[in-house]
Structures are given as C-alpha cells and as structure tokens.
Design a protein around this ligand. Structure first.
Ligand SMILES: *Cc1c(COP(=O)(O)O)cnc(C)c1O
Length: 379
C-alpha cells in the first residue's frame, strides 16, 4: 500500500457491529464480561480501547513499523521510553532538542540516576567516544527544533547497532510522510501527535512505533502501568486528521519553500534555517533521507534584536503567535522565551538559538497571503 492509501485505510475497518465506515468513538471505561475472564480482548480502557487500537495500527503502518502505542502527550511517550532504563544507565542525546524533552531528561530523570550526554550528532563519529558499558540509548530529533539541523539517521543507526544500543528518533517535524526512521535502522520512532499527525491544533497526544515484539511488550507494560493513555475522543480526532496528512504535507512543503526563499533574500534577515535551501549545511543529508523539506522554518534578524523580533511577531495577521506547530494554520513562536525558555541562555547561544530567532510553522493557507503578511511585518 502506498502512503496516501495507508493514510486513509490502514488500521481502520468498518465497525463489526454496524458497518459504520468511520471508527466509532468507544467512549467507555470498561467492558462487560460473560464470566470472569471471558471477554473479547477488552477489559479496561487504560489497557485497550478499540478507537485507540485503530489509531495505533494506523500510525504504525504510516511509519512502516509493526506496533504503535499512543500516549496522552508527546512527552508521555518520551517518558515511557526513558522508563525502559534503570539507574546507572546512560543516554546519548542530540544537543538540539525540543525544550520539554531536555527539561524531562535533565530535571526529572537525571535525579533517578540516569545520565544524559548532550552532543552534536551531526558528526556521527563524536558519538563513539561517549559510548561505554552503561550506554543504552541514543535519542535524537531530525530536523531539530528549532535550529532545523539534520542528523544522518542511517549513520547514527550504524553506530547504535555496532554497540547494541537502542536508537530512538523523534520524527515529529518530518512526519512519516517525509521520513521513515525505521527504514533507516531506528528501533523506536516517537511523535508528538499534537503536531502534524493531528494537524488541526485540537488534540494533545503522543505515539511510539516499534518493530521488536519484546520492546513493544515492555512499552505496553509501561503504558498500562503508568497510565498516560489518550481518550477515545482524541483518538478519533487524530484518525480523522491522518486521512489528509499526505495532502496537508504537500502544501506545507510547497508553502515552506516559498516562505524560505522569500526570507533568504530579505535585507533584514540574517540567517534562514530550512533544510531545503542549498545553503543549509546538511542539505545533502536531508535530500537523502527526506522526501521533501517540510513547513518548519527558523530565521534570525540582522543585529539580533529581541525587541525587533517581538515587534515583528506581534504585527502578523495570519501567523498566530503561539506555542505548538504543525496545524493547518500558520504559527509563529519565539523559542528563546517560549518553547525553549527552559534551556539556559549560554546553552542555547552555543547552538545558535539567538534572542532574535523566530520560528515559523508555515500552514496551508494561500502562500501569497503568507508572503504578504511576512513582507508587511518585516517592513
Ligand atoms: C511538541 C513536541 C514534543 C512534545 O510533545 P507534546 O505533545 O507537546 O507533549 C516533543 N518533540 C517535539 C519535536 C515537539 O515539537
């Protein structure tokens, strides 16, 4: 099955009791048993729910994986992965991560005795030096948030395999339409479903996809034991969102290109970070592992004035100033004070996350209106 067909059909069957073409919202906490233990595979909705099952199958199919697991947020999905580890275990993580991921690693799990090393994973060689007998997991995002760096998944996977480490890839920015990390050797693919998979800024949810049966069992055990599962109504909304993922992404990419080209030539703009630009340092890797380059773009201003960045962000008509991304509507964010405020200033300056950095989530509106909006705001 090709992607567009999977987006519409994978995981969903007509409802067995009525033939309903849309998966019903099984709004139930429990299931009646004929006698103790005599049930149809459903006992309690934290453990299993038919609406969630359909969504988990759909997301697994989109990522070319065998098993999907949904969580009540993207961070809850990451939390489940780290709970596979034990005190003393070490993680090698990319140094350019979603702020909430960094916060969870450093402020929550570090105190449980798990050690995190943050490094630039763009040069795969730098990983090997950090590996020791306690290393268990490599965690990365690509493209990264908000610097839009590209990490060569296949190259990192080769190292992970050589040392018997798990490789987890946060695929939120690329989506399964543009990039499938499992095909490049990742063991775990993670999504903030809140973003492009849901796609309509109306749900908070996370997901994991794995191939290995034991890994699935371990994660399902954590999912059920710790209990951060999504409700059926949210699962339904995401099932609905996924049906248009491929056509939304085509438009996000097309608009992303137009906006990046416009910004690149603008006299007030210093740097534009978008992997589709030939000037992007890892454009070739992006071309190799992504189908297209997406609608996430960051840029800095000449002179790096935070006040000027604020003025621009406050004067948009169509780019809503908001946390989050990946919805049909365009959004703008100031990472230094919003999504990435939990990263110390010195740390973020090291990766180029300057005070004037503005992050755009380019939506699927008419590109002419978006460019006009940018032109007016930057004037
Ligand atoms: C938003 C986001 C997360 C966290 O997901 P939530 O659904 O907000 O919990 C993780 N990684 C990336 C790349 C994100 O953009």
């Amino acid at each position: 099955m090709k992607f567009g067909t999977k987006a519409i059909h994978a995981g969903v069957e007509p409802d067995p009791s009525t033939g309903a073409i849309m998966t019903p919202i099984y709004q139930t906490s429990t299931y009646v048993q004929a006698s103790p233990g005599d049930h149809k595979g459903y006992e309690y909705s934290r453990t299993h729910n038919p609406t969630r099952d359909a969504l988990q199958k759909s997301i697994a199919a989109l990522e070319n994986g065998n098993h999907g697991l949904c969580f009540s947020s993207g961070l809850a999905a990451i939390d489940a992965v780290i709970k596979l580890l034990s005190p003393g275990d070490e993680v090698i993580a990319a140094n350019d991560l979603y702020g909430g991921t960094y916060r969870m690693f450093t402020k929550v799990f570090a105190k449980y005795g798990i050690k995190f090393h943050f490094v630039s994973l763009e040069k795969a060689d730098s990983i090997s030096e950090l590996i020791n007998k306690n290393t268990k997991l490599i965690w990365l995002e690509t493209p990264t948030n908000p610097m839009m760096n590209i990490i060569d998944i296949a190259a990192v996977s080769e190292i992970a395999k050589k040392h018997n480490l798990l490789l987890a890839v946060d695929n939120t920015f690329a989506t399964p339409y543009l990039q499938n990390p499992m095909d490049m050797g990742a063991d775990i693919v993670m999504h903030s479903v809140t973003k492009y998979l849901g796609g309509h800024s109306d749900v908070v949810m996370g997901a994991l996809v794995v191939n290995d049966e034991k890994l699935k069992d371990d994660l399902a055990f954590i999912q059920n034991s710790c209990g951060a599962t999504p409700g059926p109504q949210d699962c339904f909304l995401v099932l609905r969102g996924i049906k248009t993922l491929h056509i939304r992404m085509d438009r996000h990419c097309e608009n992303g290109r137009k906006v990046a080209e416009f910004l690149k030539d603008h006299p007030k703009v210093e740097n534009v970070y978008w992997p589709g630009l030939e000037s992007h340092p890892n454009h070739e890797v992006a071309k190799k592992q992504m189908k297209d380059f997406g609608g996430m773009i960051s840029f800095t201003l000449k002179g790096d004035s935070k006040a000027e960045a604020f003025r621009i962000m406050e004067s948009f008509r169509f780019f809503s100033l908001a946390e989050s991304l990946g919805g049909i509507e365009s959004m703008v964010n100031h990472p230094a004070t919003m999504t990435h405020a939990s990263i110390p200033r010195e740390e973020r300056l090291k990766i180029g996350l300057l005070d004037s950095l503005i992050r755009l989530s380019v939506g699927i509106e008419d590109a002419d209106d978006l460019i006009a909006d940018l032109k007016a705001a930057l004037a």
